[in-house]
Design a protein around this ligand. Structure first.
Ligand code: DX5
Ligand code: ZN
Length: 220
């Protein structure tokens, strides 16, 4: 199996011990820190915003991957660029001009991705695939960590991968939601490049072991 990157989502971290949590994730081998921004409108939950992300930026050198679950993603790009994040994804239906916003993000030197909810077909982003650095394929309905993996996403991942390969693109596939040791090998097999995980990592006594399990190293 190919190399897989693990993006640890801070949503299940102990926010009172952010510095220690980030250090533990670094030592455990996480490649990316995934930050779930929620506005209480696009999803029925609130999480954190710029001040927390700014502090995370100061506490780790790992690349920051911001997943915007907000109705107005455009207003977030300038502040996130100033903070110095490396990846930004937003949900296509949250901006009338997703193509323009994707290119606005990329022109700032930030990797741009579109997030696809479980009910949204892969087909909806084929027209813009060549301009995306990555697709965030949601394997739960966004808003909360700790939800169950929707297994039909495996097929969606394969369909997306074949579009990417047929068009000879290097767009990456990031899977988000309910990822654990039971589904990670199948996801890697289906073409995933990055696996997001919150509850599976943070509920483990040993983050390093959890991350190794996600990589399915024993199954190579
Ligand atoms: C859900 C978020 C996810 C979430 C994943 O809306 O986008 O990133 O933190 O949590 P787990 O891994 O627990 O499903
Ligand atoms: Zn997310």
């Amino acid at each position: 199996m190919k190399d897989i990157q693990i993006a640890a989502s801070l949503l299940s971290a102990d926010f009172g011990r952010l510095a220690e949590e980030l250090k533990a994730l670094e030592l455990a081998g996480a490649e990316i820190i995934h930050l779930d921004v929620m506005d209480g409108h696009y999803v029925p939950n609130l999480s954190f915003g710029f001040p927390v992300i700014k502090r995370v930026r100061e506490l780790t050198d790992l690349p920051l991957d911001v997943h915007l679950m907000v109705t107005n993603p455009a207003m977030c790009i300038e502040p996130l660029s100033e903070i110095g994040v490396q990846w930004i994804s937003f949900h296509q239906e949250c901006d009338y001009h997703a193509h323009r916003l994707v290119n606005f993000i990329r022109n700032k030197g930030i990797k741009a991705g579109l997030a696809l909810n479980p009910a949204v077909p892969v087909h909806s982003l084929v027209a813009i695939l060549a301009e995306l650095d990555f697709v965030l394929l949601m394997s739960v309905n966004p808003g909360f960590s700790g939800q169950s993996f929707i297994s039909s996403i495996l097929k969606k991942c394969k369909v997306l991968k074949s579009h990417i390969e047929n068009a000879k693109l290097d767009t990456l596939i990031e899977i988000d939601g309910g990822v654990n040791n039971e589904n990670s090998a199948a996801l890697i097999e289906a073409g995933a490049d990055i696996l997001v995980s919150a509850s599976y990592i943070f509920s483990s006594a040993d983050y390093g072991a959890a991350i190794r399990n996600l990589r399915s190293e024993g199954k190579k």
